[in-house]
Design a protein around this ligand. Structure first.
Ligand code: ADP
Length: 371
């Protein structure tokens, strides 16, 4: 069993509800194993900032917060992240890494658990390669980490958005309007797809699937003229490309209005779906991932991303997860596949195909059911 005196925990990149539940779980699991825990404030920026200061009291107050059982009380219910988050481009540089390592060595941080998205995992793998074993926990509302079926925050964002789109339907129904709603997702259509099905959206535009606008507009016209539908909701994923500098959803709304005569509005749910109290599912997943991340470190393992696979908590190597992600998004770089075994490459391909198949299946359902 690996021995650690102290581990650092940080949240980085976009925040997501449930990050606090993961922070709490990591802290309490580590403390139960006799390991000290320090919260690194503001993501990787906290590690860098601490290296610039010399007064230990200033460092503790500004960048590093020792965590005990009580420091993480009453946070499981809260959205956001008590350790704050930021983007820190300097961390990607050699000078930035040198500062991060200085902080780890001076403050005896033996390992790091980093909650965030793929950028955060790249940081964690860099730390591991420089001698600080690190593990990533996927915290992002977008569910855009291919290695895991579910990221922390996805379920909460779905439920928050669900309530809001239901509310839009109320007003759409009263005024016989069509409302085109843009939903976040960072190029990943899962939020839009799930929400479209659950809210009965008549059309769902997501980057992963071809979107036939003329067909969608005909459906909208028929829904009104042939089936008497008053309130009409259309969903548009944030990752859809702008059209002549105009947001895809706005452009689509304008075209619906022009070609059907239906009073049509465009609205963006925006950042509001990134906040709020985490759902039961996000709290449970975050708690299990936090505990398992500490267990992995204790087993001497690192450079892993915690995942949910078929409703179980699992983990994969960060490099595997990052390349798998690029394979899924058709963004493979030269040399990406080198160093993986044939079995690993086959696993990656199978995972990409399964994810595509899931999206296609759900997309098909939406066309049959939502009208
Ligand atoms: P997310 O983790 O949500 O994907 P970002 O892509 O902004 O968000 O990444 C969060 C942080 O992770 C960055 O601000 C940076 O400090 C660190 N990071 C991102 N990419 C790299 C990289 N290639 N190498 C090292 N650190 C990185």
């Amino acid at each position: 069993m690996a021995k650690f005196r102290k581990i650092g925990i940080l949240s980085s990149g976009g925040d997501a509800p449930g990050m606090n539940a993961a922070i709490r779980a990591v802290t309490r699991r580590a403390l139960s194993q006799g390991i000290e825990v320090v919260g690194i404030l503001g993501g990787y920026a906290g590690l860098l900032g601490a290296a610039d200061e010399s007064d230990p009291d200033v460092i503790r107050a500004k960048y590093l917060r020792p965590l005990d059982t009580r420091s993480v009380s009453n946070i499981v219910t809260r959205g956001g992240t008590m350790l704050y988050s930021s983007r820190c481009p300097e961390f990607k540089t050699e000078a930035g890494m040198a500062k991060a390592l200085k902080t780890c060595h001076e403050h005896e941080i033996d390992a790091v658990i980093a909650i965030g998205g793929d950028g955060t995992f790249r940081g964690a793998t860099d730390l591991t390669n420089h001698g600080i074993p690190s593990i990533g926990i996927p915290g992002t509302i977008d569910n855009d980490i291919t290695a895991t079926d579910q990221t922390i925050g996805f379920d909460t964002a779905l439920n928050t958005a669900l309530t809001m789109i239901d509310a839009l339907r109320d007003t759409a129904e009263s005024h016989a309007r069509c409302i085109v709603t843009e939903v976040m997702g960072n190029g990943c259509g899962f939020l839009s797809l799930y929400l479209g099905i659950a809210t009965g959206a008549i059309s769902i535009a997501i980057p992963e699937m071809p979107f036939d606008r003329a067909y969608a507009i005909n459906r909208i016209r028929d829904a009104r003229e042939k089936h008497g539908k008053r309130g009409i909701i259309a969903i548009c994923g944030e990752g859809m490309p702008d059209i002549n500098g105009v947001k895809y959803g706005q452009d689509f709304a304008d075209e619906i209005a022009a070609s059907t005569g239906i009073d049509t509005r465009f609205t963006k749910l925006g950042h509001i779906i990134r906040g709020g109290n985490p759902t039961l599912r996000d709290r449970l997943t975050a708690t299990q991932m936090g505990v398992e991340a500490v267990n992995m470190l204790l087993e001497g393992r690192s450079n892993l991303v915690m995942c949910v696979t078929e409703n179980r908590i699992t983990s994969v190597d960060i490099n595997f997860a990052l390349v798998l992600d690029r394979m899924y998004k058709n963004k493979l770089k030269d040399g990406d596949l080198e160093g993986f075994t044939g079995y690993q490459l086959a696993q990656m391909k199978a995972r990409c195909e399964a994810r595509h198949a899931k999206i296609k299946r759900l997309y098909g359902i939406s066309y049959d059911i939502c009208m």
